[in-house]
Design a binder for this molecule. Structure first.
Ligand code: HEC
Ligand code: HEC
Length: 343
């Protein structure tokens, strides 16, 4: 009996091992071993005037680092940044993610990234791996930033070193459900040089900017796991709950060239929207980061406009002024949702 029981136990154990191994290979060994990461170099990036200027432009404009990495005053609808805490991290008003905090990216040695090497910072930005080898959650848009060329990421790092150090410790992340495991499987090392983009046409330059600015990430609907829904790129329907107005939602707009999207925009209106957040009849919610995008040059805003004209038109009515109804296209609830038809 004893022997039999033992065999049964052993085979059960074996089965368990198979199941566990199967699970691990399905989601990746990174769950146990930590994320894929390349070794970093300790060589400092050369500081030049050109890099300082370009880094400041990218960080304060299209990549809107400080929009996420600085505390906002949520008591007014403009959600202004608390300037004295620039870059010092922010406990984000996202209850679904247990209020994950963006990190302190000031040069403070104790609580910021002052003791990270330049390449460690660059790796975090484009590849999602921290100094200690752990993975960043995707709310840090490293997958969008992976498109940054080497010169641009170096410029951002060189500039980040020049902002005032602020001492501020943010809470440790605690993601709900299996997310803590899934994040480890996401980082993909960049092991080849990323040359500067040959910026030949306005639309190509615009695409590069749109990617680093995360327009598509916010303006495309996803399923419950965060995977973009096929065929709905730039078609709006990303839903945010408003921290200052409990129960109220704001939904990203359709920015494809369709009549339900940006067909009514000309270049002048687009410039005004990107700089002021003002659209005919009302002010956009400040979750749309025009407070950073307004720092972009006219030429870059025009290039973004040119690129958006080339994305496939998608018919998806989205409104933030009509009462929310269920949408069969993006499976979210938003204004004019019931006016959409599943293709
Ligand atoms: C949409 C919001 C958002 C934007 C935009 C953003 N970040 Fe982050 N970033 C985060 C969050 C959230 C984390 C923390 C993620 C975590 O804890 O897993 C983070 C983490 C980091 C880290 C890791 C620091 C550490 O101590 O772990 C660095 C470095 C960083 N960001 C730099 C930048 C830079 C530079 C930019 C602009 C080029 C930027 N981020 C833009 C949200 C953002
Ligand atoms: C953090 C998420 C986020 C990012 C990143 C973002 N947007 Fe938005 N955007 C929004 C939200 C939310 C709205 C809707 C706000 C409202 O209706 O009050 C919006 C509205 C807009 C509108 C107004 C459309 C209209 O007329 O109703 C335009 C145009 C726009 N975004 C373009 C862009 C472009 C171009 C980019 C990239 C350069 C971008 N957005 C990046 C969240 C985002």
């Amino acid at each position: 009996m004893a022997v039999r029981a033992k065999t049964v136990f052993l085979s059960l154990f074996a089965l368990l091992v198979v199941v566990v191994l199967g699970g691990i290979t399905a989601v990746g060994w990174q769950v146990v071993l930590g994320p894929d990461a390349r070794p970093v170099t300790s060589t400092a990036f050369e500081v030049t005037e050109a890099r300082l200027a370009r880094g400041k432009y990218l960080a304060e404009g299209p990549t809107h680092c400080f929009f996420c990495h600085t505390e906002h005053d949520m008591s007014t609808p403009e959600y202004p940044l608390v300037d004295s805490k620039k870059g010092a991290g922010w406990v984000m008003p996202i209850p679904q993610l247990n209020h994950i905090a963006s990190k302190n990216i000031t040069p403070d040695k104790e609580t910021g990234i002052g003791d990270w090497s330049d390449d460690e910072v660059a790796r975090a930005i484009r590849e999602g791996v921290r100094k200690d080898g752990t993975a960043l959650f995707l709310l840090m848009p490293y997958m969008d930033f992976a498109s940054l060329d080497d010169e641009d990421v170096k410029s951002i790092v060189v500039y980040l070193r020049t902002i005032p150090a602020v001492q501020n410790t943010v809470p440790v992340r605690s993601l709900p459900g299996p997310l803590e495991y899934i994040v480890k499987t996401m980082p993909k090392p960049l092991t080849t040089p990323q040359p500067s983009h040959p910026s030949s046409t306005p639309a190509e330059r615009g695409k590069y900017l749109v990617t680093m600015a995360g327009c598509g990430t916010c303006h495309s609907p996803t399923d419950a796991e965060g995977t973009p829904l096929p065929g709905l790129g730039f078609a709006g329907g990303g839903v945010f709950s408003l921290p200052d107005q409990p129960g109220k939602l704001v939904c990203t707009a359709n920015i494809t060239p369709d009549p339900s999207g940006m067909a009514h925009y000309d270049e002048g209106l687009f410039h005004e929207t990107m700089r002021t957040g003002q659209i005919p009849g009302r002010m956009l919610n400040h979750i749309m980061p025009f407070s950073a995008f307004r720092n972009m040059t006219d030429e870059d805003i025009s290039d973004i406009y040119s690129f958006l004209k080339t994305v496939p038109s998608v018919k998806h009515r989205v409104s933030n002024t009509d009462p929310p109804t269920a949408c069969p296209l993006c499976n979210q609830t938003h204004g004019l949702g019931d006016r959409n038809v599943k293709q």
